[in-house]
Design a protein around this ligand. Sequence first.
Ligand code: ADP
Ligand code: MG
Length: 138
Amino acid sequence: MNQRTLLLIKPNAVLHRHAGEIIHMIEESAFLMRDLKIMRFDRALAEQFYAEHLGKEFYPRLLDFMCSGDTIAVLLEKENAVRDLRKLVGDTDPAKREPRTIRALFAEGITENAVHASDSPDHAAREISLIFPHINHY
Ligand code: ADP
Ligand code: MG
């Protein structure tokens, strides 16, 4: 069954013009784009989006980074979209990252890691409703 997930091309990747290559990798992996926008996180939206990390040591830096420039948000659809996008994105931990993943190619630091991908169907639904509030859910 088709499933939806959210990809964010983060400020470092947009700034360094990697968005096209990242979208190319997504399309080659059979994801379909259902919506896309260029946006900029403000403090309030970043706090909501990353609420699960409130209180962690890296949280202030993460918020500053996400608000530092434009982000490209892409609503994606595919069978097993959540699992397959996480695999294509690569691990949070640089030491555990597979080669040829998006983060292996474009991350510049543990925070500046080029992309976000929803980590579960429930989180995907929550994140999609925050970023694309007009989209119908199923
Ligand atoms: P993921 O994006 O892989 O789901 P998390 O949800 O754990 O990872 O963290 C959210 C984001 O916070 C990461 O994508 C990264 O930008 C940043 N981050 C996570 N862990 C660290 C860390 N230990 N130090 C600095 N930044 C981090
Ligand atoms: Mg996460």
